[in-house]
Design a protein around this ligand. Structure first.
Ligand SMILES: Nc1ncnc2c1ncn2[C@@H]1O[C@H](COP(=O)(O)OP(=O)(O)O)[C@@H](O)[C@H]1O
Ligand SMILES: [Mg+2]
Length: 318
């Protein structure tokens, strides 16, 4: 099922104060197709959670429309949607993991027989099995988050909303959740909307990214499309050993940005791809003169999503 939001807006009226109303989400539109992973990326307070809550039907939009599988409003298609909200309170702490799955399935009208069939597989897949007899309040943050995902999946949703699904998790739990999200989209064709400010997660799994700030969607595209926006040739070079630069490199804005023991991190603007070749031949000459010199890495900064993100948020500093 596709998910489409059009001109979605949320204004929070501040009651009992003279403060002006706050526009948390300001005229956002996007569409996500079945099998697609769409990431909303933005700083704290950008409006990500409010967007998720409006789509999940928990917060009433001030204006705009939300369509699931082409239908607007609280149609039966809402039964095909599940959400994990921010934080760890997505499950009942006094119930065991298995009881939680039964509870959430019952709420959504999933027959017990179906739960009995699906639950063990979900718990195993997410590696929650070992602790399933304990009350969920004894689970670690990673376990709770995996359980929240299991509870969201027990209803077999076609549209899944995940608000910061891997925030603050250990590496193992984070990877399980990531793998699960990928499989749900790629193999099972579910429609996935994700919010996060973890760049690595976005880079690893997103088909498309929307960058949101102050409630507005200010940039959108696939990762290659976002990289292509900035055609700059600013490079970062990490070298082990001290390099004697020639005078000409100062004109390329050569800057030492970090030195750690004998590892140097430089940044310079190579202007175009010819500049990149010049740097490489310069480096190879230097290395012949001094075999101790070791090039650890050399890459274009705007290939990094984090760099793209910062530049999109602060366009004037380019
Ligand atoms: N229930 C609410 N009442 C008033 N303001 C809210 C409420 N929820 C969120 N906000 C405000 O809306 C803005 C967007 O918040 P949120 O959607 O949580 O952002 P994000 O998830 O991107 O960090 C913030 O300025 C936040 O303080
Ligand atoms: Mg949030």
């Amino acid at each position: 099922m596709s998910l489409k939001v059009t001109n979605l807006k949320k204004v929070y009226q501040k009651r009992f104060t003279t403060k002006p109303p706050l526009t948390a989400v300001d005229d956002i539109s996007f569409e996500i197709k079945p099998g697609e992973i769409y990431s909303l990326l933005g700083p704290n307070g950008a409006g990500k959670s409010t967007t998720i809550k409006m789509i999940a039907g928990l917060v009433l939009p001030t204006s705009g429309t939300i369509q699931i599988a082409g239908k607007t409003g609280s149609s039966p298609s809402y039964q095909k949607l599940s959400a994990i909200l921010e934080g760890t309170r997505n499950v009942y702490w006094r119930l065991t993991p298995l009881e939680n799955l039964h509870y959430f399935a019952n709420l959504r009208g999933v027959p017990s027989s179906r739960v009995k069939e699906r639950a063990p597989r979900l718990l195993e897949e997410l590696n929650i099995d070992a602790k399933k007899k304990n009350q969920s309040q004894h689970l670690s943050r990673g376990m709770l988050q995996k359980l929240a995902l299991a509870a969201a999946l027990i209803t077999d949703p076609e549209v899944l909303l995940l608000d910061e699904p891997t925030l603050g998790l250990d590496v193992e739990s984070g990877r399980r959740i990531k793998d699960m999200i990928l499989r749900m989209a790629r193999d099972e064709g579910r429609t996935i909307l994700l919010t996060t400010h973890q760049m690595d997660l976005v880079e690893e799994i997103s088909d498309r990214v929307g960058i949101i700030n102050h409630g507005q969607l200010i940039q959108e595209g696939t990762l290659p499309e976002l990289r292509a926006i900035f055609k700059s040739h600013i490079y970062r070079l990490r070298i082990k050993g001290e390099l004697q630069w020639e005078e000409r490199w100062q004109n390329q804005g050569l800057r030492l940005i970090q030195k750690q023991n004998d590892v140097y991190l430089y940044e310079l603007d190579l202007k175009d791809s010819a500049g990149v070749s010049h740097l490489l031949s310069f480096l190879s000459t230097k290395q012949e003169q001094d075999p101790q010199l070791e090039i650890l890495s050399c890459h274009r900064v705007t290939d990094e999503l984090e760099e793209i993100f910062l530049r999109v948020l602060r366009p004037n500093e380019n």
